[in-house]
Design a binder for this molecule. Structure first.
Ligand SMILES: Nc1ncnc2c1ncn2[C@@H]1O[C@H](COP(=O)(O)OP(=O)(O)OP(=O)(O)O)[C@@H](O)[C@H]1O
Length: 567
């Protein structure tokens, strides 16, 4: 069955095993396994075979839904590794069950609570944030998707307060995010938003004061087959809020749903237009593909919220009444270049996006001319000045967060980092013989539970009396030093890939495009890069590659959206 050892590590591992299970399986099946493994590596959950599905050779390796076989071919001709098929099937079933069992809530009673928590300037105008909160009180599942500054955090704090006010008993609530960095950001923004609300002490006590990583919440550890919390031992929670849901892959989302007790509410927050997870799946995007409400729910919502937005669809759907899109950014003014550019990019309107970039009346978005490495070096001089002045890690972090170069490809990131380090060497601020130097910013690239550092964590190298140390922020707002020799895998981070930037924001962002368009360069990647910028965004590269990226919509093969559409 194995003609040549395949490049793909998963296929290399599976093929010898499959050959033992079915010695008669031929080269065609081996080729399919390789293709499926490669598709998974590119983020697809399955391999759509189309007409080829009808001509597959019979083999005990290949089963139909419900069969016990390592490969599953579904009715629509999609080929899955069994693990992914089961995750997808289970996730769709659990989501549909949550969506179909609303609580019985008195709309008039809720209306008073919402009017207080969402004091709109004009009550006759529809307020999607209020709509999201009303649904979160009625539904067990609510997915709130919106771009930066559309008020996801503001809304979630208020809706948690509404839940606490209306509950006859104190509720156990928790917040989580897929990465430590995103959890820290969620903690900070929820604390900020709740401090602005006048709340009863009893209500405030129920609000979660910090977020943790989803892995920690579920008790997922490398080497453990099942997490600590699962259907047989669910989380002791009434309400779970999960932020940055676009970063959650199929398997982790399935585990999250498994661990949720049957009576609990799940509130997913994220931006459906952002890049999907690194691992297979595009769960948030698929959950938000169809947004619809049942007619009787719309009547209930009108009683609870007042005016509703126009044009809410009533298409029958398994997730009807469970998805809300927040569309108005409170961060970017209507005429902001970043907002206009993000809209054009999402719409795949390359001409409009070019016009916005070229518009001198929108100085917050522009082309970045000249040599990237030289520009990056100059843009980082304030950071280097803080390093030279012996600034504390918190100050380095603040300075560092003012700017970031994002690139589509890893090799561009490596080139940027090398170019900056070569200049530091030329300036005598880094020894060519040593990797570490004061001010080296670095990003952890693997989880290390022993030392408590996780993929995506960023630390700053500082000179201490006894040598160089790398300072990392702690969950309680402090810092801790780690000796460089104890660090798990890491890399210098004067630039990072757009993928690695998810969940972070910087004042100024430059997106470095590659020389040529590629399959990975699509509008979700460009949108994600733009929306990392709080103040200014610039693109380095050619208009041709920029336009090619916008013409490419992100595509991930999966059956989830179809399962949910079937109801
Ligand atoms: N309805 C509103 N009226 C006025 N200001 C609002 C409203 N909703 C949110 N804001 C303000 O807009 C800003 C962004 O809100 P928030 O942080 O809740 O958005 P977000 O969607 O969570 O953003 P991000 O995901 O980028 O963190 C905050 O300063 C917040 O106070």
């Amino acid at each position: 069955m194995i003609p040549t050892p395949p490049d793909n590590p998963l296929a290399a591992q599976l093929l010898p095993l499959f050959a033992r299970l079915d010695p008669a399986a031929g080269a065609e099946l081996a080729a399919l396994v390789e293709q499926l493994a490669a598709a998974n590596q590119a983020g697809h959950v399955c391999l759509p075979l189309g007409a080829r599905a009808a001509r597959l050779p019979a083999s005990p390796l290949l089963g139909r839904p419900g069969d016990y076989a390592p490969l599953i071919l579904d009715r629509a001709g999609r080929l899955y590794f069994a693990r992914h098929w089961h995750d997808e099937e289970r996730l769709a079933r659990r989501l549909a069950a949550l969506a179909a069992s609303p609580f019985d809530v008195d709309a008039a009673c809720l209306a008073g609570v919402l009017a207080r928590l969402f004091p709109a300037a004009d009550p006759a105008l529809p307020d999607r944030q209020k709509l999201a909160a009303a649904l979160a009180v009625r539904q067990r599942l609510v997915v709130i998707s919106g771009g930066p500054g559309t008020g996801k955090t503001t809304t979630v704090v208020r809706l948690l307060a509404a839940l606490a006010e209306l509950s006859p008993r104190p509720l156990a609530m928790a917040m989580a995010a897929p990465t430590g960095k995103a959890a820290a950001r969620l903690t900070e923004s929820v604390q900020g938003a709740s401090a602005q609300l006048a709340l009863d002490a009893a209500v405030r006590r129920q609000l979660p004061d910090s977020a943790q990583t989803l892995h920690r919440l579920l008790g997922l550890r490398p080497g453990l087959a099942t997490p600590r919390h699962h259907a047989g031992h669910p989380l002791p929670l009434d309400v779970l809020v999960v932020d940055e849901a676009s970063m959650i892959d199929l398997a982790l989302m399935a585990k999250t749903l498994d661990a949720l007790p049957p009576h609990a509410r799940l509130i997913l927050l994220g931006d459906r237009d952002q890049l999907a997870s690194v691992d297979p799946g595009a769960v948030l995007g698929e959950l938000c593909r169809t947004v619809s409400y049942r007619p009787d729910t719309l009547a209930w919502l009108a009683r609870a919220c007042g005016a509703l937005p126009d044009g809410l669809a009533t298409t029958p759907h398994a997730l009807a009444d469970s998805v809300v899109l927040l569309t108005h950014s409170h961060r970017f003014a209507a005429d902001s270049g970043i907002g206009a550019l993000a809209r054009a990019v999402n719409a795949g309107d390359a001409a409009q996006a070019l016009a916005v970039l070229d518009d001198a009346a929108r100085p917050d978005v522009a082309w970045q001319p000249g040599d990237l490495a030289e520009g990056l070096w100059r843009a980082r001089q304030d950071y280097f000045a803080a390093v030279a002045a012996g600034a504390a890690p918190s100050e380095l972090q603040r300075e560092f967060g003012r700017f970031m170069v994002l690139a589509a490809e890893r090799r561009q990131v490596d080139a940027c980092n090398r170019a900056v380090e070569a200049r530091l060497e030329a300036a005598g601020r880094k020894s060519p013989e040593r990797d570490n130097y004061p001010g080296r910013p670095l990003m952890i690239t693997e989880n290390d539970y022993g030392i408590g550092l996780f993929n995506g964590d960023i630390g700053f190298t500082v000179q201490r009396a006894d040598g160089l140390r790398v300072a990392f922020p702690t969950a309680d707002g402090g810092w801790r030093d780690i000796a460089p020799g104890r660090l798990p895998a890491h890399q210098t981070v004067f630039a990072m890939t757009v993928h690695k930037s998810q969940g972070s924001e910087f004042e100024r962002v430059w997106l470095a495009l590659p020389e040529a368009a590629s399959a990975n360069l699509n509008r979700a990647l460009v949108y994600t890069a733009i929306t990392r910028a709080r103040r200014d965004f610039a693109v380095q590269g050619s208009a041709a590659v920029w336009s090619a990226a916008l013409e490419r919509a992100p595509e991930r093969a999966s059956g989830l959206a179809e399962r949910l559409a079937e109801g």
